[in-house]
Design a protein around this ligand. Structure first.
Ligand code: SPV
Ligand code: MG
Length: 291
């Protein structure tokens, strides 16, 4: 049987661009699969938000791993695990990669921030990056730890997020490729794609790029493909934002209308939740086994 890492690699080479949706639960993962996404992003931001916490290294590795494991068990798609800084230094990375690979992740993304990190898209955030050599050690440790050679180690370059400019971003990405990274995630919080387009055009490394176009949503799949060296796009927090918008609307409507009579028609029917819970299988099993 093909590993999920192999499936993800093949998806990128066959289609040219893997489309990955963020998840914070098996339920949102299943909805992303049914919508047609190629893979899932086990997002630290989404899980932090689910717990009502800021994304500043407060969620433990165990919490995130448990969530990812429950997604892997329920959803038949490759999962790209957002392991932040790797939960510490290269020693922590070794442990994390062992755990995440064993739990069924297809890839890990490790970012070059110092621990504890600060969420990338916040205005005026404290963005301290590691020395390049130190982060190279973490990438090397991740590569040497994986058991499946197809398991993807993706280095996340936060130089643009930290305001260090394109030259530093290119220097870092080249160093991370030299350390063994299979792909480079280049992140930007500019509200236009210009910075990412410029980086992509200037990138002369051999490994492909990953982007997370949250701050610049105007960038289309076609524009991404046309750049030629981006093989993965992660829709980084759309599951949690869609949920928040839907819940706010429904809760307000129920209070405003003095009951759920109007809201009821606008939300998923209970039968749809039964379907997502696989209740039909429970019924079949009852018939078969309850004697
Ligand atoms: C996440 O979804 O946890 C990410 C993407 O790392 S971002 O929040 O844009 O940094
Ligand atoms: Mg994250």
């Amino acid at each position: 049987m093909k590993s999920k890492s192999r499936i993800l690699r093949e998806k990128m080479s066959e289609t040219g661009l893997a489309k990955i949706m963020a998840t914070h639960s098996p339920l949102s993962g299943r909805l992303a699969m049914e919508a047609g996404f190629d893979g899932l992003w086990a997002s630290g931001f989404e899980l932090s938000a689910l717990y009502g916490l800021p994304d500043v290294s407060l969620i433990s590795m165990t919490q995130h791993l448990d969530m990812m494991r429950s997604i892997v068990e329920k959803v038949d798609l490759p999962v790209v695990a957002d392991i932040d800084t790797g939960f510490g230094n290269a020693i922590n990375v070794i442990h994390a990669v062992q755990q995440y690979e064993r739990a069924g992740a297809a890839a890990v993304v490790i970012e070059d921030k110092s621990f504890p990190k600060v969420t990338s898209l916040i205005a005026g955030g404290r963005q301290d990056l590691l020395r390049i050599e130190e982060f190279q050690g973490k990438i090397d440790a991740a590569c040497q730890t994986r058991r499946d050679p197809d398991f993807l180690v993706i280095a996340r370059d936060e130089a643009l997020i930290a305001g260090l400019g394109q030259d530093e971003a290119l220097r870092r990405s080249a160093a991370y490729e030299a350390a063994g990274a299979d792909m480079i995630l280049i992140h930007s919080k500019q509200t236009t794609p210009d910075e990412i387009v410029a980086f992509s055009r200037a990138w002369n490394g051999t490994v492909p790029l990953v982007i997370v176009p949250t701050a610049y949503p105007q960038m289309t799949d076609t524009q991404i493909r046309n750049l030629g060296n981006i093989r993965m796009v992660i829709y980084g927090n759309h599951a949690i934002r869609a949920s928040v918008a839907a819940m706010k609307e429904t809760f307000a409507a129920i209070l405003r209308d003095g009951g759920s009579q109007i809201a009821d028609a606008q939300i998923a029917p209970v039968d749809e939740i039964f379907r997502l819970q696989d209740m039909d299988q429970v019924k079949k099993n009852e018939k078969k086994f309850l004697r």
